[in-house]
Design a protein around this ligand. Sequence first.
Ligand code: HEM
Length: 159
Amino acid sequence: MVDVAVARALHVLAVVIWIGGVAMVTMVVLPAVRRGDIGPNRLQAFEAIERRFAWHARIATVIVALTGFYMTDRLDLWGRFRLREFWWMHAMVGVWLLFTLVLFVAEPLFLHRWFHAKASAAPPDRAFAVLQRAHWLLLALSLITILGAVAGSQGMSLL
Ligand code: HEM
């Protein structure tokens, strides 16, 4: 089962790059931008970083889905989606779906324009506060999912 080992390694690697980036943006970049530490133009500073990270995150979400569904099929784990103790399998697909919708649908269609308009208006603080809360929520869901998946794949359900 070398193929499953490779898929698992790529799966975790992509998760690390993706969720690690979300943690960095949430806990380091956004607080620094909000305080004006990266320059007085907060919107420009944030968009320069977020624009580059969005592509890393998009590529990572695709790799995570391909490797995740490959493992599910190869190990025939579909039955897990009917069992409560495998809540973390639902959580993985849920987190992936949420980010996919944000990165591939909402952001290019309206989220980017909405945030740009809100943050360009004076005062922009509220727009950044809402953005940071949304990032905290996504990060918390992702971390709970990672905890559940690592423990769950070793047979410990946590629920
Ligand atoms: C389409 C979405 C996804 C699918 C189908 C999927 C599927 C899987 C499968 C089948 C496994 C192996 C479980 C086992 O060995 O018992 C796994 C492991 C794992 N997944 Fe996902 N996954 C997805 C998304 C995610 C996301 C979004 C995260 C993180 C937020 C994540 C984090 C992990 C982690 C940390 C492991 C455990 C690796 C280990 O300890 O061996 N997955 N995933």
